[in-house]
Design a protein around this ligand. Sequence first.
Ligand SMILES: [Zn+2]
Length: 380
Amino acid sequence: MTAELNFEDLKPRVNAIQEVFQQKWERFRYFVLDHSDPKFIEHLKAEWRSGDSLLDMAVEAKDELERLRIELIGKKSELAALKKDVGRIRKEQRGIAGQAVNNLDIFIGNPLRDAEDQLQRLINKLRTESERIDVTLPGRRPRRGHLHPITMLRERIEDIFVGLGYAIEDGREIETDFYNFDALNIPENHPARASQDTFYTTDGFALRSQTSTVQIHAMQRRGAPVRMIAPGRVFRRDTPDPTHNPMFFQVEGLCVDRGISMAHLKGTVAEFLRRMFGPETVTRFRPSYFPFTEPSAEFDFSCFKCGGVGCRICKNSGWIELGGSGMVHPNVLRAAGVDPDVYSGFAFGLGIDRMCNLMYGLDDIRLLFENDVRFLEQFD
Ligand SMILES: [Zn+2]
């Protein structure tokens, strides 16, 4: 049996623990306030200024406070030892000694736990704030793209011709000499081969220099009568400049039936241009030459901008040159297996990019092919 102790023996230890607490508590004393109290936050910022954010500071402060609690009232603390020693106090003093030690436990323990609790609340609040999704913020809308201006224009042209009873034909971009030249009445050594010079593969195939090739295929496949347009990409051996590009877009039309005349051609082109540029649009035809049509005519339309008065777009002429046309040459019909004694037809063609340039007032055709989004997104 260990020797009995007097309460007086324990008092210095009680005081010592109290002193240590009061000294170390200085750093935490404001944390018993409500965590939203300005003094609470001010104190945190003043004492834990090394933290990157208020949340960091609060987490650090709470960790430190937890260590202090273990040190002061934990199982291995001086206070825990003191509690054990109460049992060794003389019986008549044991009650008052136990009371004193309990009071000390409460005196230290309560503010420590309160402070820890408030710090934890602050940490929870700051974490929630940093993770919260503000449902009132407008959402980030995904950027909507749109079709390329050439595609939009091509679709408009297609709509008009479908409305006039035309079929839309697609064809290959790599052709044989026969389809690109011979069948179009451009025999070898014909001067038109030079102006329509294109790119060739090592096997002697050519990148088509006009979409007329599709007309030959269509007539061969479907025979006459036929009414079709062929929009698509064509190639020429041109050096790129503001008005030329080695690759560009054309649309060609073909109508073959019994008794088709120049009047049908004029009526069709004029109607197309009226639907494209408005009912007041006037069309004119000028005699011209193309190997695949006879007679041939180029067609112009009254300027959609100035209505024929004269402006920058029409170069003050009031007219805009748009394309070529004519009655299909009998040799072309024959090459496609259509009897020119029974059938006749007209054909026309125009450049989609050229039309795009005109309509949007572009001064460089190459802009359409560079795929610079800053340029293209203006056409929405
Ligand atoms: Zn004009």
